[in-house]
Structures are given as structure tokens and as C-alpha cells.
Design a protein around this ligand. Structure first.
Ligand SMILES: Nc1ncnc2c1ncn2[C@@H]1O[C@H](COP(=O)(O)OP(=O)(O)O)[C@@H](O)[C@H]1O
Ligand SMILES: Nc1ccn([C@@H]2O[C@H](COP(=O)(O)OP(=O)(O)O)[C@@H](O)[C@H]2O)c(=O)n1
Length: 228
């Protein structure tokens, strides 16, 4: 490598909800000294803004008309990821049930995706050592030239159990149904649906512990870096 300086490494981690994308991406980025970007948080943030401003989230035309307005800023330190909209810290509110129920409809609007995709590309391009970007369409659309693409999966039962554990006592069946509904919406939308890139490495995390998944991804990144 020229001058001994490592080139930035770009890692794309995609998959449905509850497969371990956020936990894995944060840990891998922290361990390897890379930046971290939670793209789901950006779609949640724009959804929060729509709700906050009384935009009808069932009306794609109304959403498209204001999609350029909110200013979304993501902090990419894996030890302390942050997200603000128009200067307001929305890290808490974007995890609420209302936003979770509406985010798939908002993120299906092409004008929203174009806007957020541009933002994601510029954040990735400015990451000095490299970045781990997690989402649904990172390997297929946002960063198709990523050095490494991972697609995480897990059984619907495992994913629902993990999510209801987080939501403290949320009913397992209700959680599983909500996940299935969001999967279906995210996978069937016309613009950049949730999908595994042809060159992504699929990791089924159903029977793996989180440390095992992290170790697996760290090893894959290190192998890529060594081969660069
Ligand atoms: N392999 C795993 N085994 C058990 N629990 C896990 C595993 N991976 C993640 N979790 C837990 O499941 C929940 C959802 O993980 P998260 O990383 O937020 O998934 P995603 O970002 O894909 O929605 C978290 O509470 C996390 O600690
Ligand atoms: N790259 C991405 C990331 C998220 N999203 C949307 O944002 C929603 C929330 O993503 P998330 O990663 O926060 O979801 P969880 O895995 O936390 O449940 C998804 O259900 C998608 O509708 C997307 O369309 N594209």
C-alpha cells in the first residue's frame, strides 16, 4: 500500500429488523476504529419530522412535496451515535411505536430515498478510516462498490423474541406480526427494496450469539483489508 496508509474500508450490513445489524455494526466499527451509520435512524428521523409537522404519512404526494425540508444530521461515532432533525435530538422519539408503524410508508417514497441516499453517500465518502453502514439497501443501491457486503438473517421467531425482549414484555405474537408486516412493505416497494446484493455474504444469526456474529464480521473485514 502506498505510503503505508490504510485506505478507507467500506462495509455494508443489510437485513431485516432484529437480525442484529445495529449491535453488530456498532461493535465492529468500534473494534476496528471505523465510523458507523445507522440508516434506519435517518428514515425514522424523517418520519418523525413528517408526523411532527402534521403531514399525512399515507399520502406519498404530500410526503414528496416536503421531503427536502428536514435537515438530518447523523453523528457517526460508534460509541455514541447521534441523530438530530433541524437541530432537535430525536434519538429517543424515533424509537416510538408511532414512528415504527409509519416508517415503511415514508421510506417507500422515491423523493425521500433520493434525499437520504445522497446524504448517506456523502457521509460514507467523508469517513477517513472507513465506515460500517447498516440498513436495507446499502449493498444494492447506496454503496454498490462497498469493500464488503453482509446480509444478516434470523428466523422470524428469533427476531421477534429479540425485539420483544427490548420492548420489555411486548407480546411475542404481536411483535412477530408487526415485523412481518414491515418486512413485506420494505421488500415489496418499487424503489430500492430490502434485498440481498448478489455479492453479499449471508450470515444466519438464529443460533449465533452476538459476540459470535461480531467476530465473524470482524474476521471478514480483516480478510478484505489484508487482500486490498
Ligand atoms: N445473535 C444474537 N443473539 C441474541 N440476541 C441478539 C443477537 N443479535 C442481536 N441481538 C439482540 O437483538 C436485539 C435487536 O438487535 P439489533 O442489533 O437492534 O437488530 P437490527 O438492527 O437488525 O434490528 C438487540 O436487543 C440485540 O442485543
Ligand atoms: N437503508 C434503509 C434503512 C431503513 N429503512 C426503513 O427504515 C425502517 C426502520 O429501519 P431500522 O433499521 O431502524 O429498523 P429496526 O431494524 O431497528 O427495526 C425500515 O423498516 C425501513 O422501512 C429503509 O428503507 N432503508
Amino acid at each position: 500500500m502506498e505510503n503505508g496508509a490504510a485506505q478507507p474500508v467500506i462495509v455494508a450490513i443489510d437485513g431485516p429488523s432484529g437480525t442484529g445489524k445495529s449491535s453488530t455494526s456498532k461493535a465492529v466499527a468500534a473494534q476496528l476504529g471505523l465510523s458507523y451509520l445507522d440508516t434506519g435512524a435517518q428514515y425514522r428521523a424523517i418520519t418523525w419530522w413528517m408526523v411532527h409537522h402534521g403531514i399525512d404519512t399515507d399520502d406519498p404526494t404530500a410526503i414528496a412535496a416536503v421531503a427536502a425540508k428536514p435537515e438530518i444530521v447523523s453523528g457517526t461515532d460508534p460509541e455514541n451515535p447521534t441523530i438530530t432533525v433541524d437541530g432537535v435530538d430525536v434519538a429517543g422519539p424515533i424509537r416510538g411505536q408511532d414512528v415504527t408503524a409509519k416508517v415503511s410508508a415514508v421510506s417507500a417514497v422515491p423523493e425521500v430515498r433520493t434525499r437520504i441516499t445522497e446524504l448517506q453517500r456523502s457521509i460514507a465518502a467523508s469517513a477517513v478510516t472507513g465506515i460500517v453502514v447498516e440498513g436495507r439497501d446499502i449493498g444494492t443501491t447506496v454503496l454498490p462498490d462497498a469493500d464488503l457486503k453482509i446480509f444478516l438473517t434470523a428466523s422470524p421467531e428469533a427476531r421477534a423474541a429479540r425485539r420483544s425482549g427490548e420492548l420489555k414484555g411486548a407480546d411475542l405474537n404481536t411483535t412477530r406480526e408487526a415485523l412481518a408486516k414491515r418486512d413485506a412493505a420494505d421488500s415489496s416497494r418499487k424503489t430500492s427494496p430490502l434485498a440481498k446484493a448478489g455479492d453479499a455474504v449471508e450470515v444466519d444469526t438464529t443460533d449465533l450469539t452476538l459476540p459470535q456474529v461480531i467476530e465473524c464480521v470482524v474476521t471478514l473485514v480483516e480478510e478484505k483489508r489484508a487482500g486490498k
